[in-house]
Write a protein that binds this ligand. Structure first.
Ligand code: URA
Length: 187
């Protein structure tokens, strides 16, 4: 396992897959490095690639609104993605790209040691929970694995396309908020 400095330096120079040749920036994560909640999306979009930070475009603004409406504090969460470089045209990352990138995410998880992981959308769900599940079927249901509480929910970009999903994602994130309180109350 690498420490933060080495991990970040190596990620910035990563050439493990073809996305390296089209990226502007490697997008590692944002938020607290001791956060109890880790939120995982799919991969950087255009704004994220340009700014080097995850979820800073329209979907990210909606996510930030949702988190503040549920009274999450900045120290409570860390936001990252399955892949750290933008897939051209925002296509879904291939299995090969995701598999080559996942060791970086595993290292981040070991450093942050979150209690809760939120998989936002089918790509995060696929690589973290179950390759064959459907997000519409398993969202909102906890999975406990290797000491992590894992919550699958929609990707915030899906809420921008279909406003009826907003209330559902809000319900799922309310469960995350309550679980965080519950875990904090435990010795
Ligand atoms: N969508 C993602 O999955 N991740 C980002 O960082 C931005 C948009």
């Amino acid at each position: 396992m690498l420490g933060w400095e080495e991990l970040e330096n190596k990620c910035r120079k990563c050439m493990r897959c073809g996305l390296a040749s089209t990226r502007t920036n490697v997008v590692i994560g944002r938020g607290s490095k001791t956060a109890p909640v880790m939120l995982i999306g799919e991969g950087p979009g255009e704004q994220e690639d340009l700014q080097g930070k995850p979820f800073v475009g329209a979907a990210g603004q909606l996510l930030d609104l949702l988190l503040s409406a549920l009274m999450f504090k900045e120290d409570d969460y860390y936001i990252c993605n399955i892949v750290k470089c933008r897939p051209p045209g925002n296509r879904i990352p291939t299995d090969d790209e995701a598999e080559r990138c996942l060791p970086w995410l595993r290292n981040q998880t070991l450093l942050i040691k979150p209690r809760i992981m939120v998989c936002m959308g089918s790509t995060a769900m696929k690589y973290i929970i179950d390759r064959n599940a459907k997000i519409t079927q398993i969202r909102g249901q906890w999975t406990e694995r290797k000491g992590f509480w894992i919550m699958p929910t929609f990707h915030p970009a899906a809420l921008l396309r279909d406003a009826s999903k907003k209330a559902l994602m809000f319900e799922d994130m309310k469960k995350v908020r309550l679980k965080l309180e519950e875990l904090r109350g435990l010795p």
